[in-house]
Design a protein around this ligand. Sequence first.
Ligand code: PLP
Length: 383
Amino acid sequence: MTSTAPAPASVESFRDEFPIFRHSLYLNSCSLGALSIRARARVNEYLDLWENRGAAAWYDVWWAALDELRQGYGRIVGAPAAEIALHPNISSALTAVGESLDYRKRPKVVVTSLDFPTIAYQWLAKAGEGVEVVVVESPDDTRVPLEAIERAVDDRTALIATSHVFFTSGALQDARAIAEIAHRKGALALIDGYQAAGQVPVDVKALGVDFYCAGGLKWLLGGTGVAFLYVAPHLTQSLAPRATGWFAHRDQFRFDSRALVRHDDARRFEAGTPPLMPVYAQLGGLEILEQIGSAEIRRRTMELTEDLIECARAAGLRPKVAPDAAERTAIVMLPSDDPHRDVRRLADAHIVTDARPGHVRVSPYFYNVRDDHRAAIERLTRE
Ligand SMILES: Cc1ncc(COP(=O)(O)O)c(C=O)c1O
């Protein structure tokens, strides 16, 4: 029997959808995912609606776009739309969680030294209310042992809040084990998946986490201004965020200032009007990711990560990465005595990377090819 179905496109063929590659080698997706033609087209669609219909577009098209995005983010993490709250950034999603917990009997929040600091700041800001932030240190600046996290958690702990993938090393944490540690001690687990969702398949149900946040900026290809918070459904009704707004109200168009009746689903963790331009950009980015599929993206990014590490080692560099390939993701830290100078030198050759203390951070994605690595390493190590 012959099939008339077209052969599936190779993942590399999606590179043509990202115009930046016409003039640059883009290797900085963990700072900001590249803009796709599809994301731009969806933004143009939003601008056309704004121009032609004004506010009339709210009640049918734009409202539907918000639902479409909750569903899309839900598919990314394996949850229904009702378990997803939209936020403009991770810090704002963390605020909704931070303002929904009761710290009277459990004043401790456990984070790690490798997490993005906006996590710790959320709870350091509550020191005046008696909240104690415990920072679990990393022995190698790459990973944090689960045993060290377990030792930090006790019956005074409200929450473990840590990363799925560390922005500083690319190491993947065992989020399921972290959730188990939290639950054994009666605490909750929040996972910041900003550096994971998109490049790593995520299934919040299998992980058993209570909260999971991520957003468009990096691996989800949606740009700035759009993020989300997953809340496990068994918790939703028992939490009443003190940081709130009219989008959390079950009947927001009654405009009733006398009573705050929160949504029964995760929208009770939302606050105000979501930014529509980023919502549209994100819908375009998600379409590409879903077309390729998370397993294929992970396969491709693992292959690229190993190639980049090999290429760097062959040139005499010693990349700072997790020892085991299964724990690595597409964030590779190359030691440098002057990372800003090196990033500038690469930029002069139209190679886009980023500087972090003591390192040049290189992050390929499915749209990269092995030759991008060779060009970057050759430029970086040239006298
Ligand atoms: C893991 C992680 N969490 C959070 C953030 C920042 O969060 P926000 O969206 O609040 O700027 C970053 C970097 O941008 C990050 O890498």
